[in-house]
Design a protein around this ligand. Structure first.
Ligand SMILES: Nc1nc2c(ncn2[C@@H]2O[C@H](COP(=O)(O)OP(=O)(O)OP(=O)(O)O)[C@@H](O)[C@H]2O)c(=O)[nH]1
Length: 421
């Protein structure tokens, strides 16, 4: 093939070295975005997210679009570098990518209608796509691309198509029009319109590009470049923007939902006055302990708390309960679990604690209570504490022993720790 024709073809197609570099950079960026989308899709599948099938087919369409532009660049690089014998490989790759992108858009249309549709129900769509792709790669005069022959015209490179090309082209176009039409009808009824619009947008862009390139191949040039290359770029930019908008909305909704769930979970496990865990949570926590037992239980009861309520009112009593809870929170370790058992009683599960450790914690607690803000001048707060070691899985019996020890501490004059035998 004479080199002048090649150069004329390249110049005519608007491809000089700078434009080629621009394209290479663009395909690098879209490849990065497409890869990120694949990672995102995998994460959605791992979380069992209902958006995952949508993202999957969209990812495939996007990867194919990137592949198409990459193939198109490779065709031009082959021409520029004089590797004319290799032109058909990237050319066929581009065509294959387009067919698979379209198959993926059709599959996307199906999953947008029903996210629960199993993958195997969508496989015929991809199977037909792969069959067409196969036709592009077989070097037989009766099939879509007849042979390794191609023409370089002032508007680009064109393969020498076989007799099947016309019917295949018409069938593809008819399918596309049918699906696009069905989607438009559904879009009117859709609740979340963004994915629909994205797909309709994709179809429209590729359809217009296909029509443009058909005219171009027939010698009627509307735009001085390949419509499909432009369509891929427009589709990817538009689709990424739409996806970003769609998922930022989904993410906002999910964050709100998670926040609500956390609030509900908190409500169910927290004591509203003290902010410590509630009795129900502590019971659940102790139920989950290993059968051989772990650590021990501190049973704390404020001394003469009734006096505070009677003399200074319930509001001050509540303030004191909050202050005591803060004292407990600041004293115990992170792995220990503290709850308000009820009234002025608190239970702390000390993980991995023997009597010595319990003594140390109890001393720190009693000191902390003594230094609480006094509710009234002259009133010093104190508590009595009972401790029992968890020797087996029967935490209820252990708590009873801690309670008995607590009563001994009260009887012995309060403001102290008693350890259950
Ligand atoms: N302010 C306030 N008081 C409460 C709350 N729940 C229980 N109480 C009061 O806590 C007091 C508990 O008193 P007791 O533990 O029986 O007795 P005490 O006065 O602490 O005396 P000893 O335990 O024998 O040292 C009662 O007066 C209850 O009304 C609460 O949520 N807020």
């Amino acid at each position: 093939m004479p080199n002048e024709i090649v150069v004329a073809g390249l110049t005519g197609a608007g491809v000089d070295t700078w434009a080629l570099w621009g394209k290479i950079m663009a395909v690098g960026a879209t490849a990065t975005l497409s890869s990120l989308l694949v990672v995102f899709t995998v994460a959605l599948y791992r979380n069992g997210d209902r958006e995952a099938p949508v993202a999957l087919h969209f990812s495939v369409a996007n990867l194919c679009a990137t592949l198409y532009v990459a193939g198109d660049i490779a065709v031009r690089i082959c021409l520029l570098s004089g590797r004319l014998d290799a032109v058909m490989v990237p050319y066929r790759l581009s065509l294959s990518a387009i067919v698979l992108a379209l198959a993926s858009l059709i599959a996307l249309h199906r999953v947008l209608g029903n996210r629960a549709v199993p993958l195997r129900r969508l496989s015929p769509i991809y199977a037909v796509g792969l069959l067409l792709v196969l036709l592009f790669w077989i070097d037989d005069p009766r099939l879509v691309i007849a042979s390794d022959q191609y023409r370089v015209t002032p508007v680009g490179v064109f393969a020498d198509y076989g007799v099947l090309a016309g019917p295949v082209y018409v069938a593809c176009l008819a399918t596309l029009v049918a699906v696009a039409w069905a989607m438009l009808r559904r879009a009117r009824r859709a609740e979340g319109r963004l994915p629909w619009r994205m797909t309709v947008f994709g179809f429209t862009v590729f359809f217009l590009a296909g029509v443009h390139d058909t005219f171009r191949e027939l010698g009627m040039e509307l735009l001085p470049f390949s419509g499909l290359t432009l369509a891929c770029a427009v589709f990817q930019i538009g689709a990424f923007a739409t996806m970003a908008m769609h998922y930022s909305k989904t993410l906002r909704e999910r964050t709100y939902h998670d926040h609500q769930m956390r609030r509900l979970a908190d409500k169910a496990t927290r004591d509203p006055l003290s902010g410590l865990f509630n009795r129900a949570y502590m019971e659940q926590h102790l139920d989950r302990l290993p059968a051989e037992g772990a650590g021990g239980l501190l049973f704390i009861d404020l001394d003469h708390f009734k006096v505070v309520n009677d003399r200074y009112g319930h509001e001050r009593g509540d303030r004191l309960i909050r202050a005591v809870a803060d004292g407990i929170r600041q004293t115990v370790r992170e792995q220990d679990v503290a709850c308000r058992w009820g009234g002025d009683e608190f239970v702390v599960h000390l993980s991995e604690a023997g009597s010595d450790a319990a003594l140390a914690v109890a001393e720190r607690l009693l000191r902390a209570f003594r230094h609480l803000d006094p509710v009234a001048p002259g009133l010093e707060m104190s508590a009595s504490v009972g401790f029992a070691q968890l020797t087996d899985g029967d935490w209820r019996a252990t708590l009873r022993r801690a309670d008995q020890a607590l009563y001994r501490a009260k009887a012995a004059g309060r403001n102290r720790l008693a350890i259950a035998p």
